[in-house]
Ligand binder design. Structure first.
Ligand SMILES: Nc1ncnc2c1ncn2[C@@H]1O[C@H](COP(=O)(O)OP(=O)(O)OP(=O)(O)O)[C@@H](O)[C@H]1O
Ligand SMILES: [Mg+2]
Length: 281
């Protein structure tokens, strides 16, 4: 792989690079007995190899719904989602999800067993010994090498999330789907996990579709950011953030992009506030 994040940033220039994931005019709806809820409306985006692609938007704008669609749990009522040129019709081991909740591990299995089970059960490894080698490789990567025989209830929240990430990466999916994986962690651990995720990415350049409603997290983690409007989610903008990381948090460029996104997300509210303010004068 050449040149780390600059190669990723240039993917639009490299006409030969095909997107791994193509979301094209996708409307996703929930049908309940009484209501038809449109969660996302005609959303377009493309994820290229080694992108750290972030879906950013307010609560309820359809971020998790989009991940469910990519994971194959929901079918669009309009538009299409394709993975490596094939329409997504069902879940598969080529897309693995990491969730926010700490209880996504099997409590009766150790750290290592949680990963080997996913590998053998998911059809990635036929041999147990091969699964164990891969599991240990990723356990080392997330710095849990003394905890491979530990059960989840003996781990902290951050450690459990590391196991879930190791399990997801061990499956070597085409796209790793992460739905607010650090949202339930304390601020310090969250920062540490963001740094670790970037280090892992420097190592293996995996492709990740990452959901957050934190502007700062989007800027730190993402190479590209899709800003979504409030419910129903529509694309407001797609921005480059490949030049930013946790090291640039205090920099002017970080602050500028943060303010720009903030204004985008709160434009409607600011307008309302302005109007109210003028009314009072
Ligand atoms: N199972 C469901 N049945 C009906 N409506 C749903 C269901 N899940 C989500 N919705 C609705 O779809 C919309 C989008 O929800 P979604 O969970 O995708 O938002 P989100 O952007 O992930 O929000 P958050 O940041 O709070 O996680 C919301 O209006 C929500 O009420
Ligand atoms: Mg969500």
């Amino acid at each position: 792989m050449n040149g780390g994040s600059s190669a990723v940033a240039d993917n639009t220039a490299a006409a030969a690079v095909e997107p791994i994931l193509d979301v094209d005019g996708v409307t996703l709806q929930y049908k309940t007995k009484e209501h038809l809820i449109t969660a996302t409306y005609r959303v377009d985006f493309k994820v290229y190899p080694a992108d750290r692609f972030v879906l950013l938007g307010p609560s309820g704008c359809g971020k998790s719904t989009l991940l469910k669609g990519v994971a194959g749990y929901m079918t669009p009522v309009e538009g299409a989602m394709t993975l490596k040129g094939k329409v997504i019709k069902e879940p598969g081991p080529d897309r693995v999800m990491v969730f926010q909740e700490f209880d996504q591990l099997l409590p009766w299995k150790t750290v290592k067993q949680n990963i080997t089970f996913a590998l053998t059960n998911g059809g990635k490894c036929a041999k147990q010994s091969e699964a164990e080698d891969i599991a240990m490789h990723y356990i080392n990567k997330v710095k849990l090498d003394r905890f491979e025989d530990t059960y989840p209830h003996m781990l902290s929240g951050g450690m459990k999330q590391r196991v879930a990430i190791a399990r997801g990466m061990a499956m070597e999916p085409d796209v790793l789907l992460m739905d607010e994986p650090f949202a339930a962690l304390d601020a310090l651990t969250r920062l540490q996990m963001q740094e670790e995720l970037l280090q892992l990415w420097e190592d293996t350049h995996f492709t990740v579709l990452f959901v957050t409603h934190s502007i700062e997290e989007a800027l730190i983690v993402g190479s590209r950011i899709l800003v979504l409007s409030p419910h129903p989610g529509q694309v407001k903008a797609e921005l480059n953030a490949h030049q930013l990381s946790h090291e640039s948090v205090g920099d002017p460029a970080f602050g500028e992009l943060k303010a720009k996104i903030h204004n985008m997300l709160f434009a409607d509210r600011i307008l309302e506030d302005d109007l109210e303010g003028k009314g009072q004068q």
